[in-house]
Write a protein that binds this ligand. Structure first.
Ligand SMILES: Nc1nc2c(ncn2[C@@H]2O[C@H](COP(=O)(O)OP(=O)(O)OP(=O)(O)O)[C@@H](O)[C@H]2O)c(=O)[nH]1
Ligand SMILES: [Zn+2]
Length: 338
């Protein structure tokens, strides 16, 4: 085997200013109006979004600027991680409100759907370059199929995955490492109070999104990585003053050593209805090569599928084939519980 996480295909998509998937025949209105140039706009990095208010960090001054979307942006979405251009009152003073007049081209867009049959795509975070799958080794038990699901989302978004195995004081990481290391998925093992050096190195100077189920130790990690994380979150959420424990949307927090982590407390599921069959399969590099023997148009669920023989021949762990099939079946309406 020996699939390599570095051996990713070239970027399949460009993410530009109009990175909204438009349904044909709906709302296509010719754009004749000339936009003002906004030469004096200042740059902002969106660290939080709350009901139409965007909290943006000015990289040049370090000021937090609250802004709303300029009307000219229409229905274009703005998410945490976006780099934007701001005009109006950019002082960042209490009660001041700037306007976002432009969203800069994105390098990536992490998306999900509510479940596998939901056709509404939900953009989660823009411009992330790493997706950290936080999984406890025990309490709660690891859920490999959730890991596989998030790996598919990372692959689809062309974001590097990182498996972060927590609570190493409670159980050994060996089983999970044996499953994912051969696939080229990088991993770190941590425990509360233990060293976070490996994780810090992996996060340095990158924009990393943290996903994980409730109780896996995500807050514990965030608090250890970002001193005063709670206060930082209440600062970026001035509209409601809600802290991270009640917040449901993503929040970007700057790491003391450089780089950002984006916590996603509201993301409890990773529906993959928007991902093509080819992309799902490509995210299973141990199984994908076996599919060349499949009949044309194989849905990889029936008896004619060549993947059973591929796994039986020892090319892939049969548990991985089960996981792939559960995921594919879920996209056809079957439940997918770990
Ligand atoms: N034994 C052990 N317990 C841990 C470790 N890390 C976190 N915990 C405990 O696990 C529980 C859940 O940790 P949190 O950090 O709140 O988990 P979370 O993922 O943020 O959960 P939510 O806040 O529900 O999203 C807490 O009681 C922590 O003290 C660890 O490495 N070892
Ligand atoms: Zn097949």
């Amino acid at each position: 085997m020996g699939a390599d996480a570095g051996g990713r295909p070239l970027r399949r998509r460009e993410y530009d200013e109009d990175d909204v998937r438009v349904r044909p025949g709906k709302g296509s209105r010719p754009r004749t109006r000339r936009r003002p140039a906004h030469e004096n706009a200042v740059a902002g990095f969106v660290v939080a979004v709350d009901r139409g208010r965007y909290t943006c960090l000015s990289p040049s001054t370090g000021t937090l600027i609250t802004a709303m979307k300029a009307r000219e942006l229409g229905r274009k979405g703005i998410v945490v991680g976006d780099r934007v251009a701001l005009v109006g009152d950019v002082s960042g003073r209490p009660d001041s409100l700037a306007r976002v007049v432009r969203v800069e081209p994105r390098t990536s867009m992490l998306r999900r759907t509510a479940d596998d049959t939901d056709d509404v795509e939900r953009p989660v975070v823009a411009n992330a370059d790493q997706l950290v799958i936080v999984t406890a080794l025990a309490d709660p038990e690891p859920r490999p199929r959730m890991i596989d699901r998030v790996l598919v989302a990372a692959y689809d978004a062309e974001i590097d995955p990182l498996l972060c195995l927590t609570k190493a004081d409670l159980a050994s990481p060996d089983g999970l490492v044996a499953l994912y290391a051969p696939l080229g998925v990088p991993y770190v093992v941590v425990s509360k109070g233990g060293s976070l050096d490996g994780l810090r190195t992996a996060l340095a100077d990158r924009i990393s999104v943290l996903v994980g189920h409730s109780g896996v130790g995500k807050s514990t990690l965030v608090n250890a990585l970002v001193p005063d994380a709670d206060r930082a979150v209440s600062q970026v959420n001035p509209v409601t003053g809600r802290g991270r424990h009640t917040s449901t949307s993503a929040v970007a927090l700057e790491l003391p050593g450089g780089g950002w982590i984006i916590d996603t407390p509201g993301v409890r599921s990773f529906g993959l209805a928007h991902v093509s069959m080819e992309t799902v399969l490509a995210a299973f590099p141990d199984l994908a090569p076996g599919s060349v023997e499949c009949p044309k148009g194989c849905n990889h669920l029936g008896e004619e599928c060549a993947l059973d023989a591929w796994a039986a021949a020892g090319h892939a762990d049969p548990a991985r084939l089960v996981s792939l099939r559960r995921l594919l079946a879920s996209r056809e309406g079957a439940p997918d519980e770990d």
